[in-house]
Design a binder for this molecule. Structure first.
Ligand code: ATP
Length: 365
């Protein structure tokens, strides 16, 4: 897949990287808007590799039930290493990364942080595992800084650890944030980016007074109309497909500026040819999904009032975006959780997760 556009967001990230690390950045946006694709593009193609070392921690495909799972996600275990002293290992790893050996190209693809086996095993024998983990990362990052390299720490789908507690009942998330604030705002040792498509999670972070002043947000929204039409041209050229202006307008009217859907439609067009049929099928799928959800609510689902849900959805018949206060908290949380609505906590607004959802609402109600 060739990467398209996002110059504004890429420049924003590159400018942040040029400054001393001072904030934890949350990259958020509607489902499938292109958050991961964007950050991967920055890491692999747009970064000055002589200055930065990126570490990519992916919670997306992992089932994180406890702190042990979290630690396993952070690290890649060096099974061959006999080194027990984490400082000794961190020094040699920093040397390796800075020298740009074969290891480094692996890291550019977004590997987690490498750790020696004996130290890794020891972490798990301790009651307070997080302390050792944080100490090791901080030490490694300090060594990289000494050698003139800035680490970039990226967490994809960070909300996966939201419910995990450390010993007792302290949330792992807050202990991690405390550590990340120390790495950024206090010691300026590394840049931190957290990606999430869970807008309730972003709202939760946004509302935390203790994080104010240490956190900032980057919205990666669906493409606007002009960019979406250009994206269609870009894909059509790659796939050797002819798209008329009418075709492009039609695609946009069904799926809006969601990169993933535009991509899917154009790929399908190669085999199926009938554009209207492809778009109608997609819309019917979305409408069925919405219908099923409403049926569930009608049969009494988690105490959600059916009429209130209908009223809330009807508000979108003539509006694409609304202030969140227009919909009762319980109902809007339900619709956000079910991925019908997307919440922008910075603007305090709600909109359908996609044009497809919007069209399904309009067709059904
Ligand atoms: N800038 C882009 N150029 C080309 N294709 C893109 C771009 N952005 C997104 N896509 C397409 O959209 C798909 C979804 O993007 P991606 O997985 O990055 O979205 P996301 O916002 O991270 O998703 P999620 O909501 O699951 O977190 C990609 O696999 C790709 O096909």
């Amino acid at each position: 897949m060739k990467f398209f556009n996002r110059e504004k967001e890429i420049n924003e990230i590159l400018l942040i990287l040029e400054e001393e690390p001072n904030n934890i950045y949350f990259i958020y946006g509607p489902l499938n808007s292109g958050k991961s694709t964007l950050i991967r593009e920055v890491i692999t193609n747009r970064l000055d590799k002589s200055k930065y070392i990126p570490f990519f921690i992916d919670f997306r495909t992992r089932n994180i039930l406890n702190v042990d799972n979290f630690i396993e996600c952070l690290f890649e275990v060096d099974e061959k290493s006999k080194i027990d002293d984490f400082r000794e290992y961190a020094k040699s790893l920093a040397d390796l990364l800075v020298k740009g050996s074969e290891e480094i190209s692996k890291y550019y693809l977004g590997m987690p942080i490498k750790v020696p086996k004996p130290f890794f095993d020891r972490i798990f024998s301790k009651r307070d595992k997080s302390a050792d983990v944080y100490q090791y990362i901080e030490y490694l990052f300090a060594k990289l800084n000494e050698k003139g390299k800035k680490p970039i720490l990226i967490f994809d789908e960070l909300q996966m650890i939201r419910e995990i507690t450390l010993n007792g009942n302290r949330l792992l998330l807050w202990s991690l944030f405390q550590f990340l604030v120390a790495l950024t705002k206090v010691q300026h040792l590394c840049h931190v980016f957290c990606l999430s498509s869970d807008s309730l999670f972003i709202e939760y972070i946004y509302g935390k007074a203790e994080l104010k002043g240490g956190v900032d947000y980057i919205l990666v929204d669906d493409f606007d109309k002009k960019t979406a039409l250009k994206f269609m041209d870009f894909l059509a050229k790659q796939k050797n497909i002819n798209l008329t202006n009418e075709d492009k307008e039609l695609i946009y009217s069904y799926v809006g500026g969601k990169a993933k859907y535009i991509y899917d439609v154009i790929v399908k067009l190669k085999a199926v040819k009938d554009l209207k049929y492809i778009l109608e099928t997609k819309l019917e799928e979305e409408r069925n999904h919405l219908e099923e959800l409403l049926e569930k609510v009608e049969e009494d689902y988690e105490g959600i009032n059916y009429d209130e849900v209908l009223e809330a959805l009807k508000l979108f018949k003539d509006n694409y975006e609304l202030p969140k206060s227009k919909i009762k908290r319980k109902i809007r949380i339900f619709l956000i959780k079910e991925n019908i609505l997307f919440l922008n906590p910075q603007k305090g607004t709600l909109k359908p997760q996609s044009y497809l959802v919007w069209n399904a609402i309009k067709r059904m109600l």
